[in-house]
Design a protein around this ligand. Structure first.
Ligand SMILES: [Zn+2]
Ligand SMILES: [Zn+2]
Length: 85
């Protein structure tokens, strides 16, 4: 699966999304707009799926909001991550 990367103009956060998915609308951390960049996937990044719009994106820091809609992720430190590692 090809990934596209986008950088936030506000805080510099990078997110990765599947190429076949539409372009993300906002930074998941600060809600600024994004520009497409060409950055390889960071191995620290984790993939999140929005339960509301079902779009996926990968980000190093836990997201505050969905990159595609207005969903707010719960800020739990207890998220399991055993599938990827
Ligand atoms: Zn940002
Ligand atoms: Zn969403």
């Amino acid at each position: 699966m090809e990934l596209k990367s986008f950088e936030c103009k506000g805080c510099g956060t990078i997110i990765w999304v599947p190429e076949e998915q539409g372009e993300p609308l906002y930074c998941p951390l600060c809600r600024s707009s994004l520009t497409e960049v060409n950055v390889k996937l960071d191995k620290e990044a984790k993939e999140y799926t929005c339960p509301e719009c079902e779009n996926k994106f990968s980000i190093v820091k836990p997201p505050y909001k969905c990159a595609y809609c207005n969903y707010t992720f719960p800020s739990t430190p207890y998220l399991k991550q055993d599938e990827k590692l």
